[in-house]
Design a protein around this ligand. Structure first.
Ligand code: HEM
Length: 273
């Protein structure tokens, strides 16, 4: 999947945006993109090593899981119906290259993560977010709730059955590892970075309302791209530099590049241009 940098880095100052667009290309979203199968091998590794850390299923999410298994079967997966719900969840987690969270509305109508498989999180843990409202889930993101909190809840409630939407999210890292669970060791970005030290973590997200259970299937397809790819694309580099230079300090700190901001902008804005 070649990243559409113009969409990922809008030609504007930084702001938190919904950035949602309709899609009907479900088969394409779920299809394997990695011919080497190393992404699935890594998922298998983490799910075998510590299933309770990377997968979770509350009873409220079993109806959503059932519909997700049906969807997977329609897309060609073989999932053994005799397995327990948690085993079926793990099978899905190994079968797909993508992570997913099953969002269910409570009696109050508010959607909460009630299960899923997240092997490649960008510095968060599924277990910490389980059964919590979105306002809690997004609480660590400075100012996100005040700007988008209400819109996000309204979107999840009003989304029509069968409707699918996509959006992208980016973050930066100093290693190309896919699993950034908070329990894993991490090297921080700082002023000493050079281009080959930096990776962009691109999340291709999917929000699909499953018709029977009213569950919102939230897909997160990770793509880890060297910063050099953006440096090599002058228009993308210019837009990214503008976003980096206008992001508020608290947000830069949350995203882990506050002390690397100037160095990043310098890398993107090489004098040779
Ligand atoms: C329609 C909806 C949504 C929008 C517009 C949205 C937007 C965002 C944004 C802008 C960030 C900040 C990421 C960054 O820039 O580094 C974020 C983080 C995050 N979002 Fe969402 N999001 C949406 C739906 C969801 C859903 C359904 C979940 C379900 C679990 C979710 C879970 C998270 C998590 C776990 C984080 C990281 C929070 C942390 O660091 O602890 N989001 N989201």
């Amino acid at each position: 999947m070649h990243p559409d940098w113009n969409r990922i880095f809008p030609d504007a100052d930084h702001r938190w945006i919904m950035g949602l667009r309709r899609t009907d290309a479900l088969a394409e979203y779920f299809a394997d993109a990695d011919a080497t199968r190393s992404v699935r091998a890594e998922r298998e590794h983490w799910l075998a090593a510590d299933p309770e850390k990377y997968a979770a299923l509350l009873p409220e999410a079993e109806s959503g899981l059932e519909e997700t298994v049906e969807l997977a079967r329609e897309l060609g997966a073989v999932i053994d119906a005799d397995q327990s719900p948690f085993e079926q969840l793990l099978s899905l987690g190994r079968h797909w290259e993508l992570d997913f969270v099953l969002m269910h509305p409570g009696a109050d109508g508010v959607f909460r993560p009630m299960g899923g498989v997240v092997c490649f999180p960008s510095s968060w843990a599924l277990r910490d977010k389980l059964a919590q409202p979105m306002v809690f889930v997004h609480e660590p993101v400075p100012n996100l709730n005040s700007v988008l909190g209400r819109q996000i809840d309204t979107f999840l409630t009003k989304q029509l059955p069968g409707e699918a939407w996509r959006r992208e999210n980016w973050s930066l890292a100093r290693d190309g590892n896919w699993n950034h669970h908070p329990s894993r060791p991490r090297i921080r970005l700082d002023a000493t970075i050079s281009a080959q030290d930096v990776w962009i973590r691109l999340e291709h997200q999917l929000l699909l309302k499953l018709p029977r259970s009213q569950c919102v299937f939230f897909g997160i397809r990770m793509d880890v791209v060297p910063l050099q790819k953006v440096i090599d694309d002058p228009q993308a580099a210019k837009r990214f530099a503008r976003i980096l230079s206008t992001i508020p300090e608290a947000a830069a700190d949350y995203k882990g590049f506050a002390t690397a901001r100037s160095a990043l902008i310098k890398l993107l804005d090489l004098p040779t241009r």
